[in-house]
Ligand binder design. Structure first.
Ligand code: ADP
Ligand code: MG
Length: 287
């Protein structure tokens, strides 16, 4: 496809109202482990984040890393354990979560954003006591999984104020006498951060085009949902597995004051850019 000079100029000019709308506002992006493993897609996401930050959007990236955690566990001779589709985090697994998530995955993302011309800084829930938590008590026993008690946004504000993109690994820290670190679902943590920062938008990048009525058919994308409609999709079994925390955290974000939550395809080139800088609604929007 060739683009003429006038088309190129037109496309650039069309971004102006979106830049004006979002400059100075906060956008929280969650990048899922499933989409993260694709290296070429990752560089494009990093480029989009760098661009957002360069035009003055306070951009925060929260990431997962399930597949890399599984691969490292297996390299160490340990089979990942799941309870009803959710990871069981024993002490050994927690060590790996800390090393892989707050180490390898976090630093790789910071570096790739830097290579794309952005300024990023890697954080986890222990930095500046960002994510205080206690052991999750409800539901099945998942081991060292935490429930976030709040968000101490000071370290995020410092980084954002200096023009950095905070890149957050969702390892949370125990409070008071509890000296443990906890594994927390990255979708859930990202939503809490979006609410705490009063984000304008909350965007989840994953490995599907959005919420599908029939997960085996990409033609069944649900483009828009009101947050009150979400519970029935879980009850009816349309939304399962890793999509459950995603839809729930979108509801949490919207109820917490975030204007719009989006679930979009992190594998599709520049999906983030299209979502933020154009009126081409992509993926699923939850309002
Ligand atoms: P991430 O690493 O981005 O958090 P997850 O694997 O946790 O990704 O969650 C996304 C997955 O949710 C999809 O790959 C898909 O298998 C699953 N899923 C379950 N129900 C649906 C649905 N109704 N529409 C789309 N995906 C769904
Ligand atoms: Mg997930």
């Amino acid at each position: 496809m060739t683009v003429t000079d006038s088309e190129r100029a037109e496309i650039l000019a069309q971004a102006l109202p979106y830049i004006k709308r979002y400059a100075g506002k906060t956008v929280v992006v969650k990048y899922g482990g499933a989409a993260l493993v694709n290296e070429s897609a990752r560089a494009v996401v990093a480029q989009d984040l760098a661009l957002m930050s360069c035009v003055g959007i306070r951009t925060v990236l929260v990431h997962g890393g399930g597949p890399e955690i599984d691969a490292t566990l297996r390299r160490l001779g340990k089979e990942p354990e799941f309870v009803g589709g959710l990871r069981y985090t024993d002490e050994e697994t927690m060590d790996v979560v800390e090393m892989v998530l707050a180490g390898k995955v976090n630093k790789d993302l910071v570096a790739v954003i830097g290579r794309q011309g952005g300024k990023a800084v890697g954080l986890c829930g222990a930095d500046g006591c960002l994510l205080p938590a206690h052991r999750l008590e409800k539901g099945p026993d998942l081991g060292l999984v935490g429930e976030i008690e709040g968000v101490n946004r000071e370290i995020l504000d410092l980084a954002l104020g200096a023009g950095f993109i905070p890149v957050v690994a969702t390892v949370a820290m125990g409070t008071g006498d509890d000296e443990r670190l906890y594994n927390v679902n990255a979708d859930t943590a990202a939503a809490e951060i979006a609410v705490a920062l009063g984000a304008e938008k909350f965007i989840l990048l994953t490995d599907v085009p959005g919420i599908l009525r029939d997960p085996s058919d990409e033609g069944t994308l649900i483009q828009e949902l009101r947050h009150g409609e979400v519970a029935s999709l879980v009850e009816s079994g349309v939304v399962t597995k890793g999509m459950i925390p995603k839809v729930r955290c979108c509801v949490r974000a919207v109820e917490g004051g975030v204007k719009r939550a989006h679930i979009i395809d992190g594998r599709s080139p520049h999906s983030l850019l299209l979502e933020v800088f154009s009126d081409r609604g992509i993926g699923t929007m939850i309002v």
